[in-house]
Design a protein around this ligand. Sequence first.
Ligand SMILES: [Mg+2]
Length: 335
Amino acid sequence: MHTIPDRDEVLASCHVVSIPMRVRFRGIEHREAVLFEGPSGWGEFAPFLEYGDAESARWLAAGIESAYAAEPARVRDVVSVNATVPAVAAESVGAVLARFDGCTTAKVKVAERGQALADDVDRVAAAREAMGPHGRIRIDANGGWDVETAAGALGKLTAYGLEYAEQPCATVEELAELRACLARRGIDVLIAADESIRRAGDPLRVSALEAADLIVVKAAPLGGVAAALEIVEASGLPAVVSSALDTSVGIAAGVRLAATLPTLDHACGLGTVGLFADDVVDPPMAPVAGVLRPARPDPSVRRLAALAPSPGRQAWWRDRLGRAFDQLVADGAGR
Ligand SMILES: [Mg+2]
């Protein structure tokens, strides 16, 4: 284990950035992050604004690992990335997918509030049409269905050939109930847990309750690449790596995790820098021909300065980073 760097040194040398989003996502129009450089490269600290110090400390552990730890041993140099289709009208699906050069897997958002199941069916049908018979299609309900609605919807949507259904229901208990219900009704579709995987203990619970066939993991919330690897191994479930709406620095950590997993049979949700109107490096960690490769993004001071938010926001983030450091040290001492 690498050591925790000097708190005050990191606080003094870190850069706070605010990146404008192309589209409002997760209710935000700007993604704020703190970046700092260590001997191994850059690290990112960007817990979502509502997260408390305990949760933020794990994001910091991931950032410190990225900047200070040795490069993990890779088992692959190419990571396939999925295209994402938001809850758009079926007529727009082809145009959305055309923007993802070379992606052979599409994730289609379903269960959007204010829409009907027919909208989901039409959107998935349009995605199948655009991807062809060999493309993979997964759906993501972001926990938007109850068990009965999910079973009904999946019964219809499996006709289009689903790789898996991501977080069809909100809770781990509902996911377990849904899997039992699908089995009873002979509906053959794999279930992935995404939002249900936020803390280190969650994958074990998902696996103990048989709530999912695979898990979606993100490097930052789980405390970094090494921690995420341990968690995946302990769960005994196949994993897919996804982003936490990271800048290119955080995406690179996600690619390191994906490149290190012993088995990886699904495209990863790491093609998200396109949601940003700007980034800390040029070019950003965007997929080329449907894949990402391990890299160490190196933001320039000029670029970081250009993306700096107001002094008030910078002070807010430095304060939060300091508290996360204190928490991390306390967690380490209590271990
Ligand atoms: Mg998801």
